[in-house]
Ligand binder design. Structure first.
Ligand code: IMP
Length: 174
């Protein structure tokens, strides 16, 4: 049961791009109270690298959401399965997510977070598949725009596997 995985973005390119994103965020938020909110499980590898590469101190928290209903793409019915543990008072929030696909998950989570009245909310994603968008949801920081392919690695899974790959790959079915 060995899936064939083709490299789409190399480890070196991913790490270089995350360093660039971390530098942009560090410059913008210098001197501010920043809370990174990672969306579980997909965000953990990107979130860790981003936080470690930022030159300013940040706090972290996590949320988890699962989309329910039939089908292979998120349905728009999103259930919060883990909520935030910290107050957002006086914080600049950066939502950190692995990928924006249809946009439904991020759109909803951003609304929920905004209702808690932090000072500001921005969104950083490692990958963006713009051709798949169903709901308007633009990330403020995008690592890479990719074509409509199912990808794995850096937190992205196929049936819970391959999250730990250090490159972004496409599973080739033969
Ligand atoms: P959205 O609500 O459609 O934007 O769903 C985003 C979620 O779908 C991501 O957080 C991923 O968990 C999952 N997802 C979307 N595209 C891919 C992919 O190519 N590989 C793995 N997971 C994906």
């Amino acid at each position: 049961m060995n899936d064939k995985i083709e490299v789409l973005i190399t480890e070196e390119d991913v790490r270089t791009r995350i360093r660039e994103m971390a530098a942009m965020l560090s410059e913008k938020y210098e001197g501010e109270e920043v809370l990174l909110i990672g969306i579980l499980n997909g965000s953990v590898f990107f979130m860790t690298e981003l936080a470690q590469q930022m030159s300013i101190p940040v706090e972290i928290d996590f949320m988890a959401a699962s989309s329910y209903g039939a089908g292979t793409e998120s349905s728009g019915n999103v259930l919060i399965t883990k909520d935030l543990e910290r107050s957002l008072d006086g914080k600049h929030v950066i939502i950190v997510e692995d990928i924006v696909d249809t946009g439904r998950t991020l759109h909803l989570l951003k609304d929920l977070i905004q209702m808690k009245s932090p000072l500001s909310v921005e969104v950083a994603v490692l990958l963006d598949k713009p051709s798949r968008r169903k709901v308007s949801c633009d990330a403020d920081y995008v690592g890479f725009q990719i074509p409509d392919e199912f990808v794995v690695g850096w937190g992205l899974d196929y049936d819970q596997k391959y999250r730990d790959l250090t490159f972004i790959g496409i599973i080739k079915q033969d």
